[in-house]
Design a protein around this ligand. Structure first.
Ligand code: XIL
Length: 317
C-alpha cells in the first residue's frame, strides 16, 4: 500500500502533499501527485493566499486557486485550504494601508467572506489564521494584531464560520510541535476563540523540521494531547525535514526515522486527522530558496525517486 492507503487503514482521514501551480506542467510530477494510493489530500502552497486572491481591494482572483481545487476534485482528493489571514504574502494595500480598527476589521471580514464563499463545499479545512505567534508565545506584531488586537482571531474565525458552516476551521503555526512557550501560546489562542463563543475545529502543526533535531515521538504525542484535550482536532499540515547539504546516507537514514516519529505521533492520537508534507519532492521544495545551504527535505528526491523517508513514513502506518 502507499502512504494514503496505509494512513486511511490506520483510521486517518488522509495523507497529503502541498503543491503549487507552476510545477503542475511537469507531467511526471503531476502523475505522482495525483496518485491517490499515496496522496488523498492536497494543499495549494501559494495560490489561495491573500496576495493571490485579493491583489486589489475587493477585486478577487480565484483562477490559480481554482486550478488546484479542480485538480483535487478530479483526483478525488481532499483539499486543505490555505490560508485566510497571515502577516506574510499580503498585498501592499493591506500591509502598507492606513487602517483603523473598524476599517481593517471590515477589510479582513470582506476578504474572508468572499474567499470562503467561493470555495464553499470544496475544502475539508481552512487555515483561518496562520502564524500569529512569536517564539515566546506572545503575539506577533502583524498589521492585524497591532491594529485590531487579539480580537482579530475570533473575528476572523467567526467570519469564516458564517461563510461556510461545514468547513473545519484551523489555527496553523510552526514550532508548536513540542511543549514550550509557543505551543502554550497556540493553546491560549484556542481557548481565546472558544471564550468568544466562536468555533475553532483544529490546530495545524506545520512541522518544518531539521534532521536530527526533530522532536521525539513522546514529545510530540504529549504535545498533541495538550491540544486535543481542548476539544479540537489536530493535523500536521506542512511536514518537511531539512538538512545541511550535501545529503549523506547517514542523514537520509536519520531523516527516515524523523519522518516515522512524526507520522507515528499523529497515528497515536485519534484526533490527529492526517499528515500533509510540504510538497513531496526535493525538486519543488521551498526549503533551498528559504534556508541557505539546506534542502533535501522531502520524501522523494529531485528526480522523483523515493528516499528512505518514504519507508520511514510507511513504517508508522
Ligand atoms: C511557502 C511556499 O511554499 C513558498 O513557495 C512561498 O514562496 C513562501 O511560502 N509556512 C506556511 C506556508 O504557512 O504558506 C509557507 O509556504 C511555508 C511556511
Amino acid at each position: 500500500a502507499g502512504l494514503n492507503t496505509a494512513a486511511v487503514a490506520k483510521g486517518q482521514l488522509y495523507f497529503g502533499s502541498a503543491t503549487d501551480n507552476p510545477e503542475l506542467s511537469d507531467s511526471a510530477y503531476l502523475t505522482q501527485l495525483s496518485n491517490t494510493d499515496d496522496f488523498g489530500q492536497i494543499t495549494p502552497g501559494n495560490s489561495q493566499k491573500w496576495d493571490a486572491t485579493e491583489p486589489t481591494q475587493n477585486k478577487f482572483s480565484f483562477a490559480q486557486g481554482d486550478v488546484i481545487a479542480d485538480l483535487a476534485a478530479t483526483n478525488g482528493q481532499k483539499l486543505r485550504c490555505h490560508n485566510l489571514v497571515w502577516h506574510s504574502q499580503l498585498p501592499s494595500w493591506v500591509s502598507s494601508g492606513t487602517w483603523t480598527n473598524a476599517t481593517l476589521i471590515a477589510a479582513m471580514k470582506n476578504h474572508i467572506t468572499n474567499v470562503v464563499t467561493h470555495y464553499k463545499g470544496k475544502c475539508y479545512a481552512w487555515d483561518v489564521v496562520n502564524e500569529a505567534l512569536n517564539e515566546d508565545g506572545s503575539y506577533r506584531s502583524s498589521i492585524f494584531y497591532t491594529t485590531i488586537g487579539e480580537a482579530f482571531l475570533p473575528i476572523a474565525f467567526a467570519a469564516a464560520a458564517a461563510a461556510d458552516p461545514s468547513v473545519k476551521l484551523y489555527y496553523n503555526d510552526y514550532n508548536i510541535e513540542s511543549a514550550g512557550s509557543k505551543s502554550t501560546g497556540a493553546q491560549r489562542i484556542v481557548k481565546l476563540i472558544q471564550s468568544y463563543g466562536v468555533k475553532i475545529d483544529g490546530v495545524g502543526l506545520q512541522a518544518h523540521f531539521i534532521v536530527g533535531s526533530t522532536p521525539s515521538l513522546s514529545a510530540q504525542t504529549t504535545n498533541l494531547a495538550a491540544f486535543t484535550a481542548l476539544g479540537v482536532e489536530v493535523a500536521y499540515t506542512e511536514l518537511d525535514i531539512r538538512m545541511t547539504l550535501p545529503s549523506t546516507s547517514a542523514l537520509l537514514a536519520q531523516q527516515s526515522t524523523d519522518y516515522q516519529n512524526t507520522v507515528a505521533a499523529c497515528v497515536a492520537n485519534v484526533k490527529c486527522v492526517g499528515v500533509t508534507i510540504w510538497d513531496y519532492t526535493d525538486k519543488y521544495s521551498w526549503v533551498p530558496g528559504t534556508f541557505s545551504g539546506q534542502g533535501a527535505a522531502c520524501p522523494w528526491d529531485d528526480r522523483l525517486v523515493k528516499k528512505p523517508a518514504y519507508t520511514g513514513i510507511l513504517n508508522a502506518l
